[in-house]
Design a protein around this ligand. Structure first.
Ligand code: NAI
Length: 268
Protein backbone atom coordinates (compact mmCIF):
# COMPACT_ATOMS: atom_id res chain seq x y z
CA UNK A 1 0.00 0.00 0.00
CA UNK A 2 2.20 2.84 -1.19
CA UNK A 3 -0.22 5.75 -1.48
CA UNK A 4 2.00 8.02 0.62
CA UNK A 5 -1.08 9.59 2.18
CA UNK A 6 1.03 11.06 4.99
CA UNK A 7 4.08 12.13 2.97
CA UNK A 8 5.85 14.97 4.77
CA UNK A 9 3.63 14.79 7.85
CA UNK A 10 4.95 14.57 11.39
CA UNK A 11 3.09 13.04 14.29
CA UNK A 12 3.15 11.87 17.89
CA UNK A 13 1.81 8.39 18.73
CA UNK A 14 0.73 7.73 22.33
CA UNK A 15 0.11 4.20 23.62
CA UNK A 16 2.17 1.59 21.73
CA UNK A 17 2.86 -1.06 24.39
CA UNK A 18 3.38 -4.25 22.38
CA UNK A 19 2.67 -5.69 18.94
CA UNK A 20 -1.02 -6.11 19.78
CA UNK A 21 -1.54 -2.42 20.63
CA UNK A 22 -3.71 -0.42 18.26
CA UNK A 23 -1.09 2.35 18.52
CA UNK A 24 1.68 -0.07 17.45
CA UNK A 25 -0.16 -0.95 14.23
CA UNK A 26 -1.04 2.69 13.64
CA UNK A 27 2.57 3.81 14.10
CA UNK A 28 3.72 1.32 11.47
CA UNK A 29 0.97 2.28 9.06
CA UNK A 30 1.72 6.01 9.42
CA UNK A 31 5.37 5.42 8.60
CA UNK A 32 4.47 3.17 5.63
CA UNK A 33 2.38 6.07 4.38
CA UNK A 34 5.33 8.46 4.48
CA UNK A 35 5.04 10.06 7.94
CA UNK A 36 7.78 10.73 10.48
CA UNK A 37 6.75 9.94 14.03
CA UNK A 38 7.71 10.28 17.68
CA UNK A 39 6.63 7.44 19.97
CA UNK A 40 5.65 8.01 23.58
CA UNK A 41 4.38 6.02 26.52
CA UNK A 42 4.45 6.09 30.31
CA UNK A 43 7.98 5.57 31.72
CA UNK A 44 6.86 2.34 33.39
CA UNK A 45 5.55 0.94 30.09
CA UNK A 46 8.80 1.86 28.35
CA UNK A 47 10.78 -0.09 30.92
CA UNK A 48 9.14 -3.27 29.66
CA UNK A 49 11.26 -2.70 26.59
CA UNK A 50 9.18 -3.83 23.61
CA UNK A 51 8.78 -0.36 22.17
CA UNK A 52 12.49 -0.27 21.23
CA UNK A 53 11.74 -2.76 18.45
CA UNK A 54 8.98 -0.54 17.06
CA UNK A 55 11.19 2.53 17.36
CA UNK A 56 13.87 0.84 15.25
CA UNK A 57 11.37 -0.31 12.64
CA UNK A 58 9.87 3.18 12.44
CA UNK A 59 13.17 5.06 12.79
CA UNK A 60 11.48 7.02 15.56
CA UNK A 61 12.71 8.48 18.85
CA UNK A 62 10.92 7.41 22.02
CA UNK A 63 10.15 10.23 24.45
CA UNK A 64 8.74 9.07 27.80
CA UNK A 65 5.66 10.89 29.11
CA UNK A 66 3.13 10.01 31.75
CA UNK A 67 0.02 11.42 30.07
CA UNK A 68 -1.25 12.72 33.43
CA UNK A 69 1.89 14.82 34.03
CA UNK A 70 1.96 18.33 32.52
CA UNK A 71 5.76 18.68 32.74
CA UNK A 72 6.14 15.42 30.83
CA UNK A 73 3.68 16.60 28.16
CA UNK A 74 5.39 19.98 27.81
CA UNK A 75 8.71 18.24 27.41
CA UNK A 76 7.25 15.77 24.90
CA UNK A 77 5.83 18.46 22.61
CA UNK A 78 8.89 20.70 22.93
CA UNK A 79 11.33 17.88 22.19
CA UNK A 80 9.18 16.58 19.35
CA UNK A 81 9.18 19.98 17.65
CA UNK A 82 12.96 20.15 18.07
CA UNK A 83 13.30 16.69 16.58
CA UNK A 84 11.05 17.47 13.60
CA UNK A 85 12.42 21.00 13.15
CA UNK A 86 8.86 22.32 13.14
CA UNK A 87 5.30 21.85 14.26
CA UNK A 88 3.24 18.67 14.40
CA UNK A 89 0.57 17.46 11.93
CA UNK A 90 -1.11 14.62 13.81
CA UNK A 91 -1.49 13.08 17.28
CA UNK A 92 -2.87 9.67 18.20
CA UNK A 93 -4.26 9.30 21.74
CA UNK A 94 -4.45 5.53 22.26
CA UNK A 95 -4.37 5.44 26.05
CA UNK A 96 -6.72 3.99 28.59
CA UNK A 97 -6.71 2.17 31.89
CA UNK A 98 -9.31 1.38 34.55
CA UNK A 99 -7.80 1.07 38.00
CA UNK A 100 -11.04 -0.25 39.55
CA UNK A 101 -11.25 -2.95 36.87
CA UNK A 102 -7.64 -3.91 37.50
CA UNK A 103 -8.33 -4.19 41.21
CA UNK A 104 -11.49 -6.22 40.62
CA UNK A 105 -13.87 -3.56 41.94
CA UNK A 106 -17.34 -3.76 40.32
CA UNK A 107 -19.23 -0.66 39.09
CA UNK A 108 -21.46 -0.66 42.18
CA UNK A 109 -18.47 -0.65 44.56
CA UNK A 110 -15.99 1.82 43.06
CA UNK A 111 -13.05 3.23 44.96
CA UNK A 112 -13.17 6.92 44.02
CA UNK A 113 -9.44 7.48 44.33
CA UNK A 114 -9.07 4.80 41.67
CA UNK A 115 -11.87 6.41 39.64
CA UNK A 116 -10.10 9.79 39.68
CA UNK A 117 -6.97 8.12 38.34
CA UNK A 118 -8.96 6.25 35.69
CA UNK A 119 -10.60 9.48 34.52
CA UNK A 120 -7.27 11.28 34.45
CA UNK A 121 -5.47 8.60 32.43
CA UNK A 122 -8.33 7.74 30.09
CA UNK A 123 -10.24 11.00 29.52
CA UNK A 124 -8.81 14.18 31.08
CA UNK A 125 -5.50 13.19 29.48
CA UNK A 126 -6.90 14.13 26.05
CA UNK A 127 -7.58 17.62 27.41
CA UNK A 128 -4.09 17.74 28.92
CA UNK A 129 -2.53 16.79 25.57
CA UNK A 130 -4.62 19.30 23.62
CA UNK A 131 -4.09 22.14 26.12
CA UNK A 132 -0.35 21.53 26.06
CA UNK A 133 -0.27 21.64 22.27
CA UNK A 134 -2.57 24.71 22.22
CA UNK A 135 -0.44 26.72 24.64
CA UNK A 136 2.83 25.78 22.92
CA UNK A 137 1.22 26.42 19.51
CA UNK A 138 2.63 23.03 18.59
CA UNK A 139 0.17 21.96 15.88
CA UNK A 140 0.18 23.04 12.23
CA UNK A 141 -2.97 24.38 10.57
CA UNK A 142 -5.27 21.49 9.58
CA UNK A 143 -3.49 19.14 11.99
CA UNK A 144 -5.54 16.10 13.04
CA UNK A 145 -5.96 14.55 16.49
CA UNK A 146 -7.58 11.13 16.95
CA UNK A 147 -8.48 9.42 20.23
CA UNK A 148 -9.75 5.86 20.56
CA UNK A 149 -13.03 5.14 22.26
CA UNK A 150 -15.68 2.45 22.68
CA UNK A 151 -19.47 2.28 22.22
CA UNK A 152 -19.96 1.69 25.97
CA UNK A 153 -19.97 5.51 26.06
CA UNK A 154 -23.45 5.36 24.46
CA UNK A 155 -24.87 1.99 25.52
CA UNK A 156 -24.50 -0.20 28.57
CA UNK A 157 -21.93 -2.99 28.53
CA UNK A 158 -21.96 -3.91 32.23
CA UNK A 159 -18.42 -5.23 32.54
CA UNK A 160 -16.96 -2.11 30.89
CA UNK A 161 -17.65 -0.45 34.25
CA UNK A 162 -16.19 3.01 34.92
CA UNK A 163 -14.45 3.02 31.53
CA UNK A 164 -17.85 3.73 29.97
CA UNK A 165 -17.98 7.01 31.90
CA UNK A 166 -14.36 7.77 30.99
CA UNK A 167 -15.07 7.20 27.28
CA UNK A 168 -18.16 9.44 27.42
CA UNK A 169 -15.97 12.20 28.82
CA UNK A 170 -13.21 11.53 26.29
CA UNK A 171 -15.69 11.95 23.43
CA UNK A 172 -16.99 15.14 25.01
CA UNK A 173 -13.49 16.59 25.32
CA UNK A 174 -12.88 15.85 21.62
CA UNK A 175 -16.03 17.81 20.72
CA UNK A 176 -15.44 20.70 23.10
CA UNK A 177 -11.75 21.20 22.32
CA UNK A 178 -12.51 20.56 18.65
CA UNK A 179 -14.49 23.80 18.65
CA UNK A 180 -11.70 25.91 20.16
CA UNK A 181 -8.83 24.39 18.17
CA UNK A 182 -10.90 24.52 14.99
CA UNK A 183 -11.40 28.26 15.41
CA UNK A 184 -7.77 28.86 16.36
CA UNK A 185 -5.86 26.76 13.83
CA UNK A 186 -8.36 24.68 11.82
CA UNK A 187 -7.15 21.70 13.87
CA UNK A 188 -9.61 18.79 13.75
CA UNK A 189 -10.27 16.45 16.67
CA UNK A 190 -12.21 13.20 16.39
CA UNK A 191 -12.72 9.96 18.28
CA UNK A 192 -12.81 6.54 16.62
CA UNK A 193 -15.19 4.11 18.30
CA UNK A 194 -13.49 0.82 17.59
CA UNK A 195 -14.65 -2.83 17.69
CA UNK A 196 -13.22 -4.94 20.52
CA UNK A 197 -9.64 -6.11 19.90
CA UNK A 198 -7.49 -8.55 21.90
CA UNK A 199 -4.91 -6.20 23.40
CA UNK A 200 -3.56 -5.72 26.92
CA UNK A 201 -6.18 -3.02 27.69
CA UNK A 202 -8.97 -4.89 25.88
CA UNK A 203 -8.37 -8.22 27.58
CA UNK A 204 -8.57 -6.49 30.98
CA UNK A 205 -12.35 -6.34 30.56
CA UNK A 206 -14.10 -9.23 32.35
CA UNK A 207 -15.60 -11.85 30.02
CA UNK A 208 -13.72 -10.37 27.04
CA UNK A 209 -13.59 -13.59 25.01
CA UNK A 210 -17.36 -14.17 25.07
CA UNK A 211 -17.87 -10.54 24.40
CA UNK A 212 -15.60 -10.27 21.36
CA UNK A 213 -17.34 -13.30 19.82
CA UNK A 214 -20.75 -11.75 20.44
CA UNK A 215 -19.63 -8.47 18.81
CA UNK A 216 -18.36 -10.44 15.82
CA UNK A 217 -21.77 -12.02 15.34
CA UNK A 218 -23.58 -8.71 15.89
CA UNK A 219 -21.59 -6.90 13.17
CA UNK A 220 -22.61 -7.41 9.53
CA UNK A 221 -18.97 -6.99 8.46
CA UNK A 222 -17.56 -8.72 11.55
CA UNK A 223 -15.29 -6.99 14.07
CA UNK A 224 -12.89 -4.40 12.71
CA UNK A 225 -9.29 -5.41 13.43
CA UNK A 226 -6.52 -3.26 14.89
CA UNK A 227 -4.85 -3.16 11.45
CA UNK A 228 -8.06 -1.88 9.91
CA UNK A 229 -8.33 0.69 12.69
CA UNK A 230 -4.82 1.85 11.78
CA UNK A 231 -5.91 2.24 8.14
CA UNK A 232 -8.93 4.30 9.16
CA UNK A 233 -6.81 6.49 11.40
CA UNK A 234 -4.41 7.17 8.53
CA UNK A 235 -7.32 8.56 6.48
CA UNK A 236 -8.18 10.89 9.36
CA UNK A 237 -4.57 12.08 9.58
CA UNK A 238 -4.46 12.62 5.81
CA UNK A 239 -5.57 15.69 3.84
CA UNK A 240 -8.50 13.70 2.42
CA UNK A 241 -10.58 14.35 5.56
CA UNK A 242 -9.76 18.00 6.22
CA UNK A 243 -13.34 19.01 7.05
CA UNK A 244 -14.12 16.20 9.50
CA UNK A 245 -13.99 17.36 13.10
CA UNK A 246 -15.71 17.00 16.51
CA UNK A 247 -17.12 13.60 15.48
CA UNK A 248 -17.36 10.23 17.14
CA UNK A 249 -16.76 7.90 14.19
CA UNK A 250 -17.79 4.26 14.45
CA UNK A 251 -15.29 1.78 13.09
CA UNK A 252 -17.09 -1.38 14.06
CA UNK A 253 -18.27 -3.38 11.03
CA UNK A 254 -21.81 -2.01 11.49
CA UNK A 255 -22.24 -3.08 15.14
CA UNK A 256 -23.52 0.33 16.27
CA UNK A 257 -26.41 0.33 13.78
CA UNK A 258 -27.47 -3.28 14.26
CA UNK A 259 -30.36 -4.38 16.49
CA UNK A 260 -29.90 -8.09 16.05
CA UNK A 261 -28.43 -10.49 13.48
CA UNK A 262 -29.52 -13.91 12.28
CA UNK A 263 -26.19 -15.27 13.54
CA UNK A 264 -27.20 -14.30 17.09
CA UNK A 265 -30.85 -15.38 16.73
CA UNK A 266 -29.93 -18.76 15.22
CA UNK A 267 -28.00 -19.60 18.40
CA UNK A 268 -31.22 -19.56 20.46
P1 NAI B 1 -2.95 -1.26 25.02
O1 NAI B 1 -2.95 -1.80 26.41
O2 NAI B 1 -2.02 -1.85 24.05
O3 NAI B 1 -2.78 0.33 25.05
C1 NAI B 1 -3.09 1.15 26.17
C2 NAI B 1 -1.90 2.08 26.35
O4 NAI B 1 -2.14 3.07 27.35
C3 NAI B 1 -0.63 1.32 26.77
O5 NAI B 1 0.40 1.57 25.85
C4 NAI B 1 -0.31 1.93 28.13
O6 NAI B 1 1.07 1.91 28.44
C5 NAI B 1 -0.87 3.34 27.93
N1 NAI B 1 -0.98 4.06 29.19
C6 NAI B 1 -1.60 3.67 30.34
N2 NAI B 1 -1.42 4.59 31.29
C7 NAI B 1 -0.67 5.60 30.76
C8 NAI B 1 -0.15 6.82 31.26
N3 NAI B 1 -0.35 7.22 32.52
N4 NAI B 1 0.57 7.61 30.41
C9 NAI B 1 0.79 7.25 29.14
N5 NAI B 1 0.32 6.10 28.60
C10 NAI B 1 -0.40 5.27 29.42
O7 NAI B 1 -4.46 -1.48 24.51
P2 NAI B 1 -5.27 -0.94 23.25
O8 NAI B 1 -6.46 -1.80 23.15
O9 NAI B 1 -4.39 -0.77 22.08
O10 NAI B 1 -5.81 0.48 23.77
C11 NAI B 1 -5.65 1.67 23.09
C12 NAI B 1 -6.91 2.52 23.14
O11 NAI B 1 -7.94 1.87 22.38
C13 NAI B 1 -7.48 2.69 24.56
O12 NAI B 1 -7.99 4.01 24.68
C14 NAI B 1 -8.63 1.70 24.56
O13 NAI B 1 -9.62 2.01 25.51
C15 NAI B 1 -9.12 1.88 23.13
N6 NAI B 1 -10.01 0.83 22.65
C16 NAI B 1 -9.64 -0.49 22.75
C17 NAI B 1 -10.50 -1.50 22.34
C18 NAI B 1 -10.11 -2.92 22.55
O14 NAI B 1 -11.03 -3.77 22.51
N7 NAI B 1 -8.85 -3.25 22.71
C19 NAI B 1 -11.82 -1.18 21.75
C20 NAI B 1 -12.09 0.23 21.64
C21 NAI B 1 -11.22 1.19 22.09
Amino acid sequence: MAQNLLQGKKGIIFGALDEKSIAWKTAKRCVEQGAQIVLTNAPIALRMGEIKKLAEECNAPVIPADITNMDDLNNLFTQSMEHFGGKIDFVLHSVGMSINMRKGRPYTDLDYDFTHKTMDISAISLHRVLQTAYKLDALNEHASVVALTYIAAQRVFPDYSEMADAKAMLESVARSFGYHYGIKNKVRINTISQSPVRTTAGSGVKGFDDFINFAEEMSPLGNASADQCADYTVTLFSDLTRMVTMQNLYHDGGFSSTGVTMAVLDKK
